[in-house]
Design a protein around this ligand. Sequence first.
Ligand code: HEM
Length: 421
Amino acid sequence: MDANIPDHSLNIHTVSAQIEQNPAFGPAQIRELTGTFVQKSIEVYSLTQYWHLHIGTHGEPARIDVVDGLSKMTLDVIGLAGFDYNFNSLSPDGKENELNEAFNTIFGSGTNGASLLKFCRLLFSPLVAVNKARKIMRRIGMHLVRQKKDDILMNPGLNKHSGLGQRDLLTLLIKGNMDPNIPESQRLSDEVILARKSTFLVAGHETTSNAVAWALYALSIEHSMQTKLREECLTLSTDDPSMDELTKLPYLEAVVRETLRLHPPLNNTSREATNDDIIPLSKPYIDVRGNVHDHVKIDKGTMIQIPILAVNRSKVIWGEDALEFRPERWDNVPEAAQKVPGTWGNMMTFLGGPRACIGYRFSLVEMKALIFTLIRAFEFELAVPQEDVVRQNAAVQRPILRNAMDKGSQLPMLVRPYQKT
Ligand code: HEM
């Protein structure tokens, strides 16, 4: 079927096309960025340090909302890896830079309030504070785009802000856009580049932080799995593993897969048929008149829901234990799952086809680096009864407490430093 996503102000098809031509998300680029993810999670103002500050000096467990720290962390990572910009969200003195403050004003009192939906609404909000924040984001964003262009023109080999060596996404996008082979009429304006940049910020930040939050949730319920994963991660003697080293940890891989199957950050999406079409069925059905059908007819303009969560959790596909968190299932993927047309991992989490997630490799490495670092440093236990944690669907699936819905997304845990016995 020839389908496409409906037009909206944040659609980023052109940027995807640019990235396909100039892939910032290929394995080689992601391999080079692994250092940023790992470094960010262990360096001075990092998440481990940030949580250690809450825990105090005596090593007792502290009650910590892990969503808050993870959200700040992934914002810092996408800022650095995506745009060569440091949001400094994890700064221990709580001082935010101007852009981070503006981002928080737009998305609520913490970055964990961000969502595509909220973002779209607030883009047009008449509130004075939001309007001011929007102007700040625009001014700084535009400055970054222009500064980046100047840097590229003046010094093609250098990236002075992060030392990433011009591997950040914005640089690749601008470089691709400056390619003399691209006709003038097809070049993106600075305004459009700025809009794409904002989309990446939102698409790449909350999805990953919530996925890691759900992984910690699952591991805090299944302690034996947490221990098994920690033991595997501790087999590496380095705090700073390469992407290849992370890829070779089979249980980490299985935990990430199982998290993304059972807790996909986006639970569904939709497409609109751009032409009349016919979808063949793997199993024919019989209608009320007794007629057998082996296809479904789709009219142009029909909206089609893609039920990501339902496919990922289908008992027909995954078996009777489909609703259980069981990383071991990845040792033996059921035949039915092998036919799921997802772009990665026999699941629909990143969708499939030409409009699938283009950041999935980025996200997988980031998730692994984060979980690797955190599970080696800390032990996690849910600070509330398991049944109090429910899923809130606000563009992204977030954990929220049944009896504190008004407080927004949170996942309180008792976090204690891991001490080798
Ligand atoms: C666990 C993390 C992630 C999940 C589950 C996820 C999932 C998805 C899904 C389901 C879509 C398709 C949405 C639709 O068309 O309705 C999508 C699109 C997209 N994602 Fe991700 N994503 C994740 C992380 C990331 C990251 C880290 C980035 C960027 C660094 C990113 C960038 C994008 C972009 C740019 C698109 C739009 C692609 C297009 O329309 O051509 N995503 N993502």
